[in-house]
Design a protein around this ligand. Structure first.
Ligand SMILES: NC(=O)C1=CN([C@@H]2O[C@H](COP(=O)(O)OP(=O)(O)OC[C@H]3O[C@@H](n4cnc5c(N)ncnc54)[C@H](OP(=O)(O)O)[C@@H]3O)[C@@H](O)[C@H]2O)C=CC1
Ligand SMILES: N[C@@H](CC=O)C(=O)O
Ligand code: NA
Length: 366
């Protein structure tokens, strides 16, 4: 059947921030679009328009709406359409993530860059798997790891085609990548740690509270998603631990204990210089060994371990030589890709590449 005769997929977008706005713009630019944009929601407003699709004036339409988001009502309205539906969650909300099983059960495909559900409590993760299998609706989350980089799809194909994953290792955080690419180049000295974190924040790489990046939780969530993607796709059980949530990942936080629990990002940044000497010492030690510091994540399937932390790599290693800006690099060591791993590398954060990952998932429904 040609695309022109295929029924459209009705798309409801929840979250119209950095990633959501860019997604709408990319989606509206597709020629002969297979999508009908039917609903938009921010945390404050919502619109639902089932006759003519929502178009380029979406922002003013949403801004002028007096309707508050009501996801019970949205679910009912989408069901009444009696069409193929995709709900795209571009928030980082736990509350929205808990709605996925309901949507999947109703037969709505769910697409998201939000890591909360698939890396959170195993009950929610298992409900997503079960409801998706029961209804046939798809749950797709490519942009949760490496933004638009083909990380989840590559992993799914390796597993589905019977390759054996030995280990996945990489730099999974755009923020941590930027910080250590700048801070640790192999030389004994360089910029102050607190200064680099400050600039990373100004460039918009960090979360509003930089501690949310420096505690390693974002990486632990991504590793949990990869680990669960391997387990759910494998025909036989693996040696991977059954993670109850991302909190079970062995994660070495970079937050100095005196700065734990500081409520605001501004206060955190203001106090960070007190710890510059500690970070400089780590850099000097690494340099003396001919190494750089990198915050890495490892899903060690053969070793049965998932961990995230600061490690040292020789200055000739790809983690030292080939990363710039907020790049991610992910190495898949497998039975087939051995002794040289399959490597995926490129920008791992930012609105354009993240929205591309989300739209790519939507296009997989066609
Ligand atoms: N930015 C990046 O580089 C990457 C981001 N991601 C993920 O993409 C997601 C979006 O990130 P980003 O666009 O940067 O975030 P933003 O903070 O820019 O946008 C979040 C949006 O979600 C809306 N929102 C929040 N809570 C709710 C709610 N309960 N109901 C309805 N809407 C809600 C906000 O509404 P309002 O405008 O009213 O506040 C806002 O529109 C996150 O999960 C993030 O982890 C993944 C990979 C990379
Ligand atoms: N804060 C994240 C954004 C993408 O998930 C990062 O720095 O990688
Ligand atoms: Na990705």
């Amino acid at each position: 059947m040609s695309q022109a005769t295929q029924p459209k997929i009705y798309v409801a977008v929840v979250g119209v921030g950095l990633v959501g706005s860019e997604l709408i713009s990319q989606l509206l630019s597709i020629p002969s679009s297979p999508f009908h944009l039917v609903s938009l929601s921010s945390s404050k407003r919502t619109i639902f328009q089932d006759k003519a699709p929502i178009g380029a004036d979406w922002k003013s339409l949403l801004d002028s709406s007096s309707e508050k988001p009501d996801f019970e009502k949205l679910t009912q309205n989408l069901a009444k359409l009696n069409q193929r539906v995709a709900v795209v969650d571009n928030t980082s909300s736990e509350e929205i993530a808990t709605l996925y099983p309901k949507w999947l059960q109703a037969g709505f495909n769910v697409i998201t860059p939000n890591k909360k559900a698939y890396s959170g409590d195993d009950g929610l993760y298992e409900a997503i798997i079960t409801t998706s299998k029961a209804s046939g609706a798809k749950f797709l989350n490519e942009a949760t790891v490496g933004a638009g980089l083909p990380v989840i799809s590559t992993l799914k194909e390796l597993v589905a085609t019977g390759d054996k994953i030995d280990k996945i290792e990489g730099v999974f955080s755009g923020t941590m990548s930027y910080i250590f690419n700048e801070f640790s180049t192999g030389k004994a000295d360089g910029p102050k740690f607190s200064e680099v974190v400050k600039v990373a924040r100004e460039k918009g790489y960090t979360e509003p509270h930089p501690a949310d990046d420096l505690n390693g939780f974002d990486v632990a969530r991504k590793l949990t998603i990869l680990s669960r993607t391997i387990s759910s796709g494998s025909a036989t059980s693996t040696s991977l631990p059954n993670l109850k949530s991302f909190a079970a990942v062995k994660t070495a936080s970079l937050i100095p204990s005196a700065l734990e629990g500081i409520p605001t990002g501004d206060e955190f940044i203001a106090r960070l210089p007190e710890f510059d000497d500690e970070f400089a010492k780590l850099r000097t030690e690494a340099s003396a060994e001919g190494k750089v510091l990198r915050f890495v994540g490892v899903v060690d399937v053969s070793g049965g371990q998932v961990r995230a932390g600061l490690e040292k790599y020789p200055t000739s290693h790809p983690f030292a030589t080939s990363l710039g800006g907020s790049d991610n690099i992910i190495m898949f060591h497998t039975e087939r890709y051995s002794p040289r791993p399959l490597i995926v590398q490129g920008a791992g954060a930012g609105a354009a590449v993240t929205a591309m990952g989300v739209l790519g998932d939507l296009l997989k429904l066609i």
